[in-house]
Design a binder for this molecule. Sequence first.
Ligand code: F6R
Length: 240
Amino acid sequence: MKIIRCKDYDEMSAIAGKIMVDQVKEKPDSILGLATGSTPIGMYKKMIEAYKNGEVSFKNVHTFNLDEYYKIEKTNDQSYYYFMNENLFSHIDIDKNNIDIPNGQADDYQAECERYEKAMEESAGIDIQVLGVGVNGHIGFNEPEELLYEKTHLTGLTQSTIEANSRFFDSIDLVPTSALTMGMGSIMKAKKILVLISGKSKHDVVTKILGDRMSTQTPVTLLKGHHDVTVIVDDEAYNG
Ligand code: F6R
């Protein structure tokens, strides 16, 4: 794992934004794996800025998102579908047909998971997967467990994740308790992985990433088995 230390959230976002923009400049038909949550918002702002400055076009890019709440309507402002439009897609020239996000309103979740996994398998493969990390070490919604899933699946969210995500909702009771998420195998198939970590609350997770153990109880540590992972971590997350 390559660790890039930086001062703060803004610096993390600038470094990550440049990595993403350079990726698309080098390979305009890149397949990007994207994440939601607070962490990548600054990076998305940098990507939008680069597009608005005429530095890059996202016209031929394809995207897959890590996860989506289940069940949730696309029009719900807490859905990840809505989030991606608000924070990235509606500000750049991406072809809307090239965007894929697990469908949180599908009636048949099993069929939806199979469709999503197949779409990723039939693509040329994700060139770079962006990840945030939960305070409990989850990636996507692969929560700490003895046995993790390989492929896209329906999962329950742990209490700690529900509590962490409740900051976006009017009340904790409104936080969905399930989600559709890429599995660990789907994530590990990406050619490159970019992990963004900011803030004191992630310090414990950073300590585990820097250690030499891997555990399904801290899913992000399994990325140590991937050959091309870059972790960008700010001082608060690094020092605690
Ligand atoms: C989001 C996702 C989650 C978040 C994680 C961190 O698509 O898959 O794993 O990356 O919960 O969230 P933030 O960035 O809000 O701390």
